[in-house]
Design a protein around this ligand. Structure first.
Ligand SMILES: Cc1cc2nc3c(=O)[nH]c(=O)nc-3n(C[C@H](O)[C@H](O)[C@H](O)COP(=O)(O)OP(=O)(O)OC[C@H]3O[C@@H](n4cnc5c(N)ncnc54)[C@H](O)[C@@H]3O)c2cc1C
Length: 443
């Protein structure tokens, strides 16, 4: 009988573990934390899960948070500037946001209740060979750091060697959520602001965060340590919201506004990296990377958990229909995962860089054409298809034509360009590398 080991109990490890248990496959999760420790930890991310992930959760029977007030399908985009523009696109299925500490802890409990084995503790790279002897197949689902070094970075798919944004995201009180609405601000030259309702340990909580381009006002705030001066931290954020996200600011009750608790904040940077999807251990056995360990993206497009879940089903399907887990098996999985995840990585990486003209045309078009606004929102929902339209002038033109939208002629290339409504290209990015910053998440 097949016996599988998975190192790491994030979305990738848990969705795969739960899938395999549904097929009756013996599965062991090597988890850094038990469920209680997970509930009590620092928030690791602010995650919105889209329709296809929610459908898999229903299949796994772990859709515990359906029907709450933490869902949204109106995606409100705002681009501030001299001539600000805004548009609202509607996703087909509502997204949902649940505090990942609660989500992961609960799914780990589900996995154990369904006969999955959980071994708690940090696995070292040097443990992998011995672990692989205990299982027919071992998978590494440890996220972006640590033992993922086993899987070399594929340089041609990984254009950045440093984080392109510094991230500060957390849980806040004092923002009036509008039912079924989320808000995304793309502030040219500064970074992005995300706001959505989220299910957490207390009611009426808002997930709010900023991704900053180095050297900007956003950057100065994202580096503030809450513990040093909570008032300065909250006030600094209010200032940025007032200037760049006035819609969010207008819903704030100044008396009640603030970070909920120090542990409800994550700060850090992500170097996007596409890695080889498997490695051969000295004993000849294959170990397969899944989730961020294979495709680790900056969260700008909010796809990592959704992609990890998709990978889990794809790999689960292969495991449950095969008995031989050799290099050919590993290579086939890598190809299937790449076909799905590589366009998502390209889109995420493009969103971090200088926007090309067709990308600006798409956004300007979305502000004037509801069909395009909905398509834009659905990029987040069907991320593997976003690159078809976002990745080339031809793809963008086809999408705009489908909705009867004709972009204004492009300005002369050497001009300092201000598109109407204004996206000021010359100030629009070029994040400088930041050599000595730590990779990831401690406040
Ligand atoms: C601020 C932020 C916002 C985000 N927003 C979104 C979003 O809106 N939508 C979305 O889909 N994605 C989002 N993401 C990305 C998402 O969080 C990740 O892509 C996703 O969690 C990856 O899942 P994973 O299981 O591969 O890795 P992880 O979630 O990182 O899980 C890895 C697990 O492995 C454990 N582990 C690590 N090392 C070891 C070890 N040596 N031994 C044992 N266990 C180990 C860790 O404790 C952890 O539990 C966001 C990320 C951030 C940082």
């Amino acid at each position: 009988m097949t016996n599988i080991g998975i190192v790491g109990a994030g979305v990738a490890g848990l969705h795969l573990g739960l899938y395999l248990r549904q097929q009756g496959i013996e599965t062991t999760l090597y988890a850094e934390k038990n469920a209680e420790q997970q509930f009590a930890s620092r928030i690791p991310a602010l995650v919105a899960r889209v329709g296809h992930t929610r459908e898999r959760e229903r299949q796994l029977g772990v859709n515990h948070w359906d029907g709450g007030h933490n869902e949204f399908n109106n995606m409100n985009f705002h681009i501030p500037g001299e001539h600000p523009m805004s548009f609202t696109g509607h996703s087909v299925d509502p997204l949902i946001a649940v505090d990942m500490r609660i989500y992961l802890g609960r799914l780990q409990e589900d996995f154990a209740a369904r006969g999955g084995h959980v071994v708690v503790g940090l696995t070292k790279a040097s443990d992998l060979e011995a672990l692989s002897e205990k299982h027919d197949l071992l998978l590494v689902a440890t996220g972006r750091g640590g033992i993922t070094e086993l899987f070399p970075v594929i340089e041609e798919d990984s254009p950045y060697t440093q984080p392109q944004r510094w991230i500060s995201m957390g849980l806040f009180t004092g923002i009036r959520n509008v039912e079924m609405n989320a808000y995304v601000t793309f502030a040219p030259g500064q970074g992005e602001i995300f706001e959505f309702p989220i299910y957490s340990f207390a009611p009426n909580i808002t997930g709010l965060g900023i991704e900053s381009i180095p050297g900007t006002a956003f950057d100065a705030w994202t580096h503030l340590r809450y513990e040093d001066d909570p008032q300065a931290f909250n006030n600094g954020l209010l200032e940025l919201l007032r200037e760049y996200a006035p819609g969010t600011y207008s819903r704030i009750d100044l008396e009640k506004f603030g970070l909920t608790r120090p542990l409800d904040l994550m700060q850090g940077g992500v170097t996007p990296a596409v890695r080889k999807g498997y490695a051969t251990l000295p004993n000849g056995k294959q170990v397969i990377a899944i989730g961020d360990a294979h495709f680790g993206n900056d969260p700008i497009t909010g796809q990592g958990a959704n992609t990890a879940s998709r990978m889990a089903f794809l790999i689960g399907e292969e495991i449950s229909t095969n008995q031989v887990f050799d290099e050919e098996f590993a290579r086939r999985i890598e190809q299937r995962v790449r076909a799905y995840a590589a366009p998502i990585a390209k889109w995420s990486n493009a969103m971090l860089g200088q926007p090309e003209q067709h990308m600006i045309d798409l956004m300007v078009g979305a502000a004037q054409n509801q069909g395009l606004a909905d398509e834009f929102a659905r990029f987040f929902e069907k991320a593997n298809e976003a690159w078809d339209s976002f990745g080339s002038a031809e793809g963008a033109a086809a999408l705009m034509a489908k909705h009867g939208y004709q972009p204004a002629p492009a300005p002369a290339p050497e001009a300092e360009v201000t598109i109407e409504p204004a996206i000021h290209l010359t100030s629009a990015t070029d994040p400088r590398p930041r050599a000595a910053e730590p990779e990831a998440v401690a406040a």
